[in-house]
Design a protein around this ligand. Structure first.
Ligand code: SF4
Ligand code: SF4
Length: 350
């Protein structure tokens, strides 16, 4: 930071450099804030005259990625679970396998004959395989706990990075727009440097496809809950109903986005990457890919005898996703949004 603050060549690349220039010394809270403000576009690595083989060996994207990893463990709630960020790929894979096995065992013991029984996709067909009370109860508890843990993580980050108790509406709107448009991913114009000095928008497009696909799937779940609990319409719904259409488009977006991000990652130059973070990245991408793939498979096969098993498989993946939410790379979205909010609040108004 001290070298960059003297050099300032990358001033216009992203929000990190103007935020850095507002400081002369850097507390650990400042470093957490700057690390999470970085979108890892790698532009400053290829532009840097002090990058290897220079003797300073400055590798800002890698340094900030390592710092980000430290913040994930530092702000986690409850704190004793910080260790799961160290072997995150193993943790998420084990959790996913266990959750799938658990839901399959649950379905097989509660409704043994229903798992392989072919049934038309008429209202209540899902609850014939797994009772509503078990499905809704487990999902609500795990999702509720994940939201609480993420909120506590946000609070820890916000306090440590010096965020105040009051946030202006202007800052909120600016941060919201920065999150939705990924404004800082490669300055918004040229894109990222994934493989070398050449700019590419591939990462932006893949990330947006995954992000908006995820949001559509979330909207699909909320709409389905509204249908069931307010309108009294029980799932599964017709192909051209709102929850199914939202889920279908969202699921396809997630599949394309996660596959695209994995492809970008496999092709990327390893030099500016933090190797310790790769297993976290792949674990989250694989989880999101599996969630979308099993959801779409369930939709395609809901009139067949495979519906019961695919439903259990899909619910197992979703259960593991909820459980791992505060302890996986997913937290980058929370801390980066908080850093963008902090940045919007301290940025001078025009
Ligand atoms: S990354 Fe390198 S070129 Fe960019 S501001 Fe820092 S020292 Fe200067
Ligand atoms: S990697 Fe990109 S986003 Fe991160 S500090 Fe460098 S230029 Fe900014």
């Amino acid at each position: 930071m001290v070298i960059c603050n003297s050099c300032r060549y990358c001033e216009g690349f992203c929000a990190v450099f103007p935020a850095m220039e507002m400081r002369r010394s850097f507390s650990s809270g400042d470093l957490s804030y700057l690390a999470n403000l970085c979108h890892d576009c790698r532009g400053c690595y290829y532009a840097c005259q002090y990058a290897p083989p220079h003797e300073f060996a400055l590798n800002l994207p890698q340094t900030l990625a390592r710092l980000r990893a430290d913040t994930y463990a530092e702000y986690v709630w409850p704190r004793p679970l910080a260790a799961v960020f160290q072997r995150n790929g193993t943790f998420v894979s084990l959790l996913t396998s266990l959750a799938i096995a658990l839901v399959l065992i649950l379905a097989a013991s509660l409704r043994p004959s229903a798992l392989f029984t072919p049934r038309p996709a008429e209202p209540g067909a899902f609850y014939a395989v797994i009772p509503e009370v078990a499905m809704v109860g487990v999902a609500s508890m795990t999702f509720g706990f994940a939201m609480l843990a993420l909120a506590m993580g946000f609070r820890n980050f916000w306090r440590d990075t010096g965020g105040g108790p009051v946030v202006q509406t202007r800052s909120l709107l600016q941060a919201f727009s920065d999150v939705l448009t990924l404004r800082n991913l490669g300055g918004g114009e040229h894109g990222c440097n994934n493989r070398d000095e050449a700019f590419s928008q591939a990462r932006r497009y893949a990330h947006q496809s995954m992000f908006y696909g995820f949001m559509l799937c979330f909207a699909s779940t909320c709409t389905a809950a509204f249908y069931e609990h307010v309108l009294g319409l029980v799932a599964p719904y017709r192909l051209f109903s709102l929850p199914v259409l939202l889920g279908m488009v969202g699921g396809l977006g997630m599949l394309l986005g996660t596959a695209g991000l994995m492809w970008v990652k496999v092709q990327a130059d390893p030099a500016p990457a933090a190797k310790a973070m790769l297993s976290n990245d792949y674990a989250l991408l694989a989880q999101l890919f599996l969630a979308a793939a099993t959801g779409l498979l369930l939709l395609i096969s809901r009139d067949t005898r495979m519906m019961g098993v695919l439903l259990a498989l899909h619910l197992g993946v979703i259960l593991s996703f909820f459980l791992a939410l505060p302890y996986s790379k997913f937290v980058h979205g929370i801390y980066r949004s908080a850093a963008l909010l902090r940045n919007a609040a301290e940025r001078p108004t025009k």
